[in-house]
Design a protein around this ligand. Sequence first.
Ligand code: ADP
Length: 460
Amino acid sequence: MTQIDVITIGAGGGAYPAAFRLAKAGKKVIMIDTKGVMSGNCLAEGCVPSKALREVTGIYKQSRFPEKFGLSGALKFSYKQMVSHKDYVQDIRYNQHQKELEEFPDNIQLIKGKASLVDSHKVSVETESGNKIFLAQQIIIASGADIVMPPIKGAELCITSRDVYALHPNLSELPKSLTIIGGGYIGLETASIFCELGVKVTVIEMMDRILPTMEPRLSEELQRMLNPNIKIILNAKVEEVNKAASGFDLSFVHSNQKKTINSELVMMAIGRHPVIPEGITEIGIKTEKGRILVNNALQTNFSHIYAPGDVNGRSMLFHSAVRQSLVVANNILAGNVPIDYMNFEAVPATVFTFPEMAFVGVLPSAAKERGISLIETAYSFKGDSRAQIYDEREGEIREFFDKDTMKLIGAWVIGIDAANLIGELGLAVQQGLTVFDLARYADQHPMASEGISKAARKLM
Ligand code: ADP
């Protein structure tokens, strides 16, 4: 049995930022990950590879109408080579992470294996060279999340985001047609990429709007702005998927009628669920609806066992996991008496469709539920110099202030640079900035961020 200060289950965004911070402070940390590499599902099959494909698709998309910029000749693409670029980015990032690990040879060890809990301080790890037991003062459960596969007949015939975005993915050629089950962010991002590359894409969503877990006004706006070639079928319940003479038949019920759609491939994208390591319930760690319960210090019901990241299901995003991981490290260094807390309301999120859409904080429907009165203001990209230069004038920046304090508590951006702009707005939400703070900031000209202070100045 090996004694160690801290053990992490998983080596993704919820685990490794804490491991490095703790190592810097002199703690000995062991990270266990079934993949044997650092950075979890984000780099393996999520955020990074999907953006690698998406951004290259964006260059191609822009090049299709060169005349309006005085250019000529549209670009051609090879999907295989686009995938190679994605693989290249994943490779360099894995190498980079390996070097980061090598900077702490005495304090951090990464072991390839599957971890389970034996008791509240003991972790058992199945490795290729046998079983190992570790005794740790603190345990960080950061086992992340995995793709939801519903019990639908033929679900196993569907591809998933893993087949598209993993390193050397199964899908290296574009299908002619693709039906995506699920109008959440993964389904829509993939729909946007494939549609721009000429694939006939259909999205089947069970609820009455796309992005059903997000703000209703945002769903409506985004659906209106998506490429109309993406066929979206709402209120449709998928029943089964069957192999057809050519491609696959997907059967669904829509307006009380059974319908079938045939396409070369079907993708399952109905969401991700937390991965709970074995032993959790046996030792008495509380869970609810398949998530590990944590307080805002990221402690489970055991003060020395933490569960940051996707596994607690509170905000399943890599950058949220990173911040949560640092909260954990700070609280471990404080002897499990919390000195740091996670602010789940200052975590920006982006849906990387074309156009992109981003949001942060408390938006109108959440404000209504909580009885918070809002004052809102907006800036349209129609009058924005950068949007005019790129001829991407649709969309807006919208800011929501608490009527009682005039502090910015929420914001969204749809359109040009949304993913970048939400960064400044998110920091403003985190820092509790007021409409006056935003209004007096000299946002750069001629960038779309000008709209942030201009929108605020409309209320002055
Ligand atoms: P997060 O961003 O919350 O850290 P990720 O899903 O990116 O989540 O990373 C979690 C990592 O944990 C993945 O690499 C996954 O393979 C690994 N993992 C999940 N369960 C176990 C387990 N029982 N033992 C070891 N590693 C695990």
